[in-house]
Design a binder for this molecule. Structure first.
Ligand code: FES
Length: 130
């Protein structure tokens, strides 16, 4: 019996989740996700993913600016192809990542619904998409 699909799914996550935690000065006109509660959002994602035992399907990491600073807190979810490596810097991942969805103005209260919708049901959560 070939077990290659099982092997692949065990070793490469189905989704990559980047949570922007970029910090700028409070008086910087560009704004930043850090000042919009990004660390709490990152932690909430970690908790939800862990509670639902999705760690093998979702690789989560903090990232630098995702170029939607006016809409913090921002997260980007991609579905990597098997050959896409995960160790590249965010700015390169942003360019090459497959099937990207950007979420913005995220609040702690959105995260459970977003995880359920995007990662469990495979449906992007429209009301939070940018
Ligand atoms: S600082 Fe988060 S998108 Fe730019």
């Amino acid at each position: 019996m070939s077990d290659s699909s099982h092997y692949t799914s065990m070793n490469s996550p189905k989704y990559r989740l980047f949570v922007c935690t970029k910090q700028r000065d409070a008086n910087d006109a560009e704004g930043c996700c850090h000042n919009c509660g990004a660390l709490e959002i990152y932690q909430a994602f970690q908790e939800e993913i862990s509670q639902r035992q999705l760690e093998n399907q979702v690789e989560i990491r903090r990232s630098g600016c995702l170029d939607h600073c006016e809409a913090g807190a921002v997260a980007m979810i991609s579905q990597p192809k098997p050959h896409e490596v995960s160790w590249l810097p965010t700015k390169i991942q942003k360019k090459i990542a497959s099937n990207k969805h950007y979420y913005g103005r995220l609040k702690r209260a959105d995260i459970a619904e977003l995880v359920e919708s995007h990662f469990v049901n495979g449906q992007p959560l429209k009301r939070c998409l940018l």
